[in-house]
Design a protein around this ligand. Sequence first.
Ligand SMILES: NC(=O)c1ccc[n+]([C@@H]2O[C@H](COP(=O)([O-])OP(=O)(O)OC[C@H]3O[C@@H](n4cnc5c(N)ncnc54)[C@H](OP(=O)(O)O)[C@@H]3O)[C@@H](O)[C@H]2O)c1
Length: 303
Amino acid sequence: MKGKKITIIGGSGGLGRIFARFFKKHGFDVTLMARNEERLKKVSQEVGVKYELNLQKSVSNADIVMVSIPIRSTPEMIEKVAQYLKENALIFDITSLKFEVVKSLRKVQERYPINCISLHPMFGPGIEDLKNFVMLYLKIGGTDQYESITNELFNLFKKEGLKITETTLDFHDMMIALTLGVPHMFNILFLNLIKESNQPIDELMKYTGTTFLLQKLFAENIIQKEVEMLGEIQMDNFQFQNILELFEHLLKSYRKTIKTKDMEGFKKLFSNGIEYSKNDKHYNNAYKYFYQFIKILKNDDFK
Ligand SMILES: NC(=O)c1ccc[n+]([C@@H]2O[C@H](COP(=O)([O-])OP(=O)(O)OC[C@H]3O[C@@H](n4cnc5c(N)ncnc54)[C@H](OP(=O)(O)O)[C@@H]3O)[C@@H](O)[C@H]2O)c1
């Protein structure tokens, strides 16, 4: 794909920048597009690629267009930009939710002689090396060149060590409710619950062993992420409503277990968890991994 032209809409953002570096490294002619010129110019200089503020100009010669903007704006952007694409161009998004985006991709794919795919990188802008990270994809469809064009892209990702996994629309959003929505929710609630105690965090730290330390770190990482994106991942995924209902039910019964000092019920919760997790590849070494993370934190404390 050397010399091919790619335009990244949202190229000055966190993931836009990561993918700009990736495509540049693989010999692409990269153009970044976004609205704020100052930031766009800064990022394009940092990465060593071009930028263009005019949407139509930015995409009309592109072989590939990547849409890397907030989830809620993506469907409209896809529908707007598709009319400007040249024949056989490939367009893809990287949103964390697929329900609305896939509707738009299907619509434009029927209307124009272009190729559409929907990707979901399961990593954030903090990534340094793509090796062993996961990239989910949903095939949408396109011209008679669809297979060869999409395979070329996949091969590029595979070369970098990414694990490429095909998924389907409903299944994707249901799984994302579990793998993103749930841990985000627990970590947001964790800090809010602790805050309700009115104990300053440095006071709590004097009473901190290991589990709180690591849990706090997870929560502090989540709470600094893009708030709108995390909100959209939960609010715009109707499958997350089912999770909330389950959670409410579970919390109610947990409360009863604790209140009634029901040790058998408490043990049941543990055995349920073990039954579910025991074949997971990290299960047997969980304690070891845990202490490796703690070691990093403790060493850092003494710097
Ligand atoms: N961050 C993650 O951990 C992560 C992980 C997986 C997938 N994703 C997905 O990746 C996408 C981008 O996320 P991100 O974290 O990179 O977001 P981000 O850092 O907030 O960047 C968003 C980019 O989009 C541009 N933008 C916003 N609205 C635009 C519009 N209407 N027209 C043109 N450009 C526009 C912004 O620049 P201007 O404001 O200057 O236009 C900026 O360059 C989202 O769909 C998200 O779901 C993110």
